[in-house]
Design a protein around this ligand. Structure first.
Ligand SMILES: Cc1cc2nc3c(=O)[nH]c(=O)nc-3n(C[C@H](O)[C@H](O)[C@H](O)COP(=O)(O)O)c2cc1C
Length: 204
């Protein structure tokens, strides 16, 4: 099959963040294909600082959801949110993890990146590693889209990094960056409006 430029742009523009899934499991081979495509993302010095944890068993999902909920609850209480609202947000957060056929945790591992003696360059190196991991995150979503799957990137792991490392028994070198819920879509969400190109682009 030959794809035209229009087909390929259309493919990129039709990816949506999907938040409701059919319960059907995703075959392991499909998950492996998605991760292998995600790993074709560009990375600074080609160091590939991304790491993935695939979470599909109900026990692992519940364990993660419960542990993350405790951190979330503590943060919301600290913000002075009324307890009723906290409980409904916690419930929703747990349901989202448990209802996803697969949750894929994306981590950053700085081990193979360069080290600098000064904070300025070390910060830049860390930024380029985070940017590389984010590139893999986008590629993961696009690979899922190519497989007819839907997915959404959630940022909550950034607020519960140590809790997640402990719960999933991860190496402390694997720093959780994002969680991807993936499954066969139970909805095709509407396009979320984009800023006009003229407002985000200049020419020099
Ligand atoms: C870094 C990052 C963090 C995100 N965090 C969340 C999140 O915590 N919860 C959520 O529902 N969606 C999250 N999203 C999805 C965005 O809301 C979504 O990409 C945006 O609204 C545009 O919609 P679209 O992906 O359907 O085009 C995140 C996306 C990115 C790139």
């Amino acid at each position: 099959m030959t794809y035209t430029e229009t087909d390929l742009h259309n493919f990129l523009q039709t990816r949506r963040s999907v938040r409701r899934f059919k319960p059907d499991p995703i075959p392991d081979s499909v998950i492996e294909t998605i991760l292998s495509t995600a790993a074709y993302a560009p990375s600074a010095h080609n160091r590939q600082p991304w790491r993935f944890v695939v979470i599909t068993s109900p026990a692992a999902k519940t364990g993660l959801a419960d542990a993350m909920a405790l951190d979330f609850e503590r943060d919301l209480a600290h913000d002075g949110i009324p307890s009723e609202k906290i409980q409904s947000q916690i419930k929703r957060s747990k349901e989202r993890i448990n209802a996803a056929p697969a949750a894929i945790l994306l981590c950053l591992d700085m081990s193979d990146m360069d080290s600098y003696p000064d904070g300025r360059r070390q910060h830049a190196e860390r930024m380029m590693a985070v940017q590389s991991v984010a590139a893999a995150g986008l590629q993961l979503l696009l690979a899922a889209h190519a497989e007819g799957l839907g997915g959404v990137w959630v940022c909550s792991p950034l607020f519960a990094q140590e809790t997640i490392q402990t719960t999933l028994n991860l190496s402390p070198l694997w720093e959780p960056q994002g969680l991807f819920f993936v499954g066969y879509p139970a909805e095709i969400p509407k396009v979320r409006e984009r800023k006009h190109l003229e407002s985000v682009f200049i020419k020099r």
